[in-house]
Design a protein around this ligand. Structure first.
Ligand code: TYD
Length: 134
């Protein structure tokens, strides 16, 4: 499946580096919610769901982790290891995050507020949902 990553502009000088993310410019949607996960144990597998409508950009702002994406037909794996790299995860894509390094902080920019009814948490339900759409 096609994987879309975004390389964010970096403002670097002798003090260090700054990245700024603006909605509809650096990120392809209006940002309604930001959340981040940290202190993730190395054996953890997070996510393991899809969303009906939500769009997201994942940024590993510290450390690294891997993301499995599955659109119901194909899978892809992406390693996030830079604070200037964003992974676009569109709706109707199953995602699993794993392989978190010790210092990993995974930030998620989301197009919608938290809504449990937007989740598809069962993989078979997901295949039925995307199959029914095609
Ligand atoms: P969970 O869906 O298990 O996270 P992940 O998809 O990364 O495995 O969410 C963990 C908890 O956090 C769960 O109780 C729901 C809550 N939560 C919120 O309250 N708001 C949010 O925006 C998110 C993503 C989760």
């Amino acid at each position: 499946m096609e994987v879309r990553t975004i390389r964010f502009d970096e403002h670097g000088d002798k003090r260090g580096t700054l990245v700024s993310l603006e909605q509809l410019k650096d990120v392809p949607f209006e940002i309604k919610r930001v959340y981040y996960m940290y202190h993730t144990v190395p054996e953890a597998r997070r996510g393991c769901h899809a969303h009906k409508n939500l769009r997201q950009v994942l940024v590993c702002v510290s450390g690294s982790c891997s993301v499995l994406l599955d659109d119901g037909r194909e899978r892809a794996e992406v390693h996030l290891d830079s604070p200037n790299k964003g992974l676009v995860v569109e709706s109707c894509v199953w995602r699993e995050m794993f392989g978190f390094s010790e210092s990993a902080v995974l930030m998620v920019l989301a197009s919608e507020l938290y809504d449990e009814s937007d989740y598809i948490r069962d993989y078979k339900d997901f295949l039925g949902y995307v199959g029914g759409q095609g």
